[in-house]
Design a protein around this ligand. Structure first.
Ligand SMILES: NC(=O)c1ccc[n+]([C@@H]2O[C@H](COP(=O)([O-])OP(=O)(O)OC[C@H]3O[C@@H](n4cnc5c(N)ncnc54)[C@H](OP(=O)(O)O)[C@@H]3O)[C@@H](O)[C@H]2O)c1
Length: 316
């Protein structure tokens, strides 16, 4: 991605793939809402989580929410289901995405498990169907097993063929593994996380490859799980681990250059993703209604092109 044309935040929803639903550039990530203290270093109360989802569903500029069968061992989906009930059902055009996961502790991931995971998710969410369904973190399993006839990838295709979902995607981290799943031609969407941010752009070529292969690209974790948004007193994590001194030093430089333009680092970190025309939607983890408000504010904050030029100077 070269040149620093002044991009304005995109407000028009974009299609997820040729036949996909239209979604907002901002997507609410709900893994923190499932209560995952081991991942984020803190827990989230059920009522706070439910109120956060209600707030997001009613926020006019947000029409997309991301969850998964295994977030908080299903608690994220259950809390989303309760919020949907409390707001009287999903508004027209609001898109919920969830993901197929193996059974807790299971070292197998079969086609039958994908269908079972899907049914569990619909039951928890209280929905008849979901427009977007991903195969979650397949890199933990053998590629040949997952693409074998009757395996998980076939089960994903089957759900689409039946019309139980509109589009299917693959969601994971390991770049080479994601490229192999993109090359199966089975998927409409690629979701990758933590590797297209102000601190790590290692997914850049994979994004070109996926979009060039006709997939929609969804970019998750623009705050690198917290460091690019949270005050340091909160001991934020980087890619779910303690940040190294080198990462802290580069984050400090990013903070300083943003401060010199009176721009929150979180706004620059978010718009680094939303301003990229290859990114259909950006998934941000939140744990309170106030965070949803800040998300909309950060997406609309004006960022001068001089700041983008200076940010470009801070190399990986
Ligand atoms: N394999 C996969 O499919 C995969 C992997 C990773 C992520 N994802 C999806 O992407 C979502 C985003 O990833 P993530 O949540 O891990 O990382 P992230 O979006 O980079 O960062 C989330 C963290 O940033 C903090 N934050 C958010 N807004 C903030 C603000 N305005 N000021 C200060 N701190 C702020 C949140 O803190 P608070 O909790 O205090 O709000 C949370 O700890 C996930 O929730 C999930 O839906 C999918």
């Amino acid at each position: 991605m070269s040149g620093e044309e002044a991009w304005s935040p995109r407000l028009a929803p974009r299609a997820l793939g040729d036949s996909g639903p239209y979604v907002s550039e901002l997507c609410i990530g709900t893994s923190p809402l499932g209560g995952m203290p081991a991942i984020y270093g803190y827990d989230v109360e059920a009522e706070t989580a439910i109120a956060t989802v209600e707030y997001a569903i009613e926020a006019p500029s947000i029409t997309f929410l991301d969850t998964s069968n295994n977030y908080g061992s299903g608690e994220s989906e259950r809390r989303i289901g309760e919020a949907i009930r409390r707001v009287g059902g999903l508004p027209k055009g609001f898109v919920v995405a969830t993901k197929a996961d193996p059974a807790p502790g299971d070292r197998e991931f079969s086609g039958a498990r994908v269908l079972e995971s899907f049914a569990e998710s619909l039951d928890r969410l209280g929905l008849e169907r979901v427009p977007v369904f991903y195969l979650h973190d397949p890199e933990a399993f053998d590629f040949d097993d997952l693409i074998a006839p009757g395996g998980p990838v076939d089960a994903m295709r089957e759900l689409k063929r039946r019309g139980s979902v509109d589009v299917i995607g693959v969601a994971g981290g390991e770049l080479d593994a994601m490229r192999r799943y993109v090359d199966t031609g089975a998927f409409d969407i690629l979701l990758n996380h933590n590797q297209y941010t102000l601190l790590d752009r290692s997914a850049d070529q994979l994004i070109d490859h996926a979009v060039g292969s006709g997939l929609a690209y969804v970019n998750a974790a623009p705050y690198a799980s917290g460091l690019l948004a949270k005050p340091w007193v909160d001991r934020p994590r980087y890619q779910y681990r303690e940040p190294s001194s080198d990462v802290l030093a580069r984050t400090r430089r990013l903070q300083d250059v943003c401060a010199s333009f009176d721009v929150p680092l979180a706004a620059a970190a978010l718009q680094f993703s939303t301003r990229d025309p290859r990114v259909t939607s950006t998934v941000v983890g939140v744990s309170s209604p106030a965070r949803v408000e800040q998300l909309v504010y950060n997406a609309a904050t004006h960022i001068p092109s001089e700041l983008w030029r200076e940010i470009q100077e801070i190399k990986e």
